[in-house]
Design a protein around this ligand. Structure first.
Ligand SMILES: [Zn+2]
Length: 237
């Protein structure tokens, strides 16, 4: 193992330990350049401007939900990946009539993370979990093979980054999209990988907060607490 990798692991463990103990994490310790993956801002990928997003109801979020794009369309550099992320946003706004791209973050096989709704707003990606999770999608279809190593590392470091920032709970659980609704997402092969992630849970339970309008098990929202019919919605898997 290279020295830098050992350093990264020690730094991450230290931060996670402090966070778990409720101890403050100083800005010096919080060396985000080291902890976090490269996050391409909305401005950098030329996102459409949106407004009206609602803050997450539960922070730090107890869940991370993993998706794949579900489309046989892959990318290996920033211009290509930016174009695909823009297409996701267009699909979600123009076809699904959502306010924005549904995911909180999108990962490309260029090893970059693309900012979707970001850390602070309700997503539109997994019924029951949109207000209490960070939804991350890897560009491509991973039914038959895994995302490349760069994308998998970006997923791992994005979660570590989220915990260090106080956006994801230190006690978070990981689930695949198929655990929230009837879908093959995040693809059979990728889902097997997700099931082996340290924080994967076989029995996720979305928490219905005091402001839940309906039972969580039936909760089907578009990120704004407004119901929609999935059958009428064109969505990424
Ligand atoms: Zn999905």
């Amino acid at each position: 193992m290279r020295t830098i990798e050992i350093f990264l692991q020690i730094s991450a463990i230290h931060l996670l330990w402090n966070a778990a103990q409720g101890l403050p994490v100083s800005s010096e310790e919080l060396n985000l350049d080291v902890i976090c993956p490269r996050i391409i801002s909305r401005k950098e990928w030329n996102a459409r401007n949106v407004s009206g997003l609602e803050p997450l109801w539960t922070t730090p979020t107890p869940y991370v939900v993993v998706h794949h794009g579900g489309i046989l369309h892959y990318c290996y550099d920033q211009p290509e990946c930016s174009e695909i992320v823009r297409s996701y946003q267009d699909l979600h706004i123009d076809k699904n009539h959502w306010l924005d791209i549904g995911y909180h973050f999108v990962i490309g096989e260029d090893s970059n993370v693309y900012e979707g709704r970001g850390w602070d707003y309700i997503g539109a990606h997994s019924p029951g979990y949109n207000s209490q999770s960070i939804g991350v999608s890897v560009i491509g279809d991973f039914s038959h093979f895994l995302p490349n190593e760069g994308a998998l590392k970006a997923l791992d470091s994005l979660i570590t980054c989220g915990v260090a920032l106080g956006k994801i709970s230190p006690d978070y659980n990981v689930i695949g999209h198929r655990q929230a609704r009837n879908t093959v997402c995040p693809g059979e092969t990728f889902y097997k990988y997700v099931m082996k992630m340290p924080r994967w849970t076989a029995n996720p339970t979305p928490v219905c907060m005091s402001n839940c309008a309906v039972n969580a098990s039936n909760y089907n929202d578009n990120g704004l607490g407004q119901s929609f019919k999935d059958t009428n919605v064109v969505t990424l898997l």
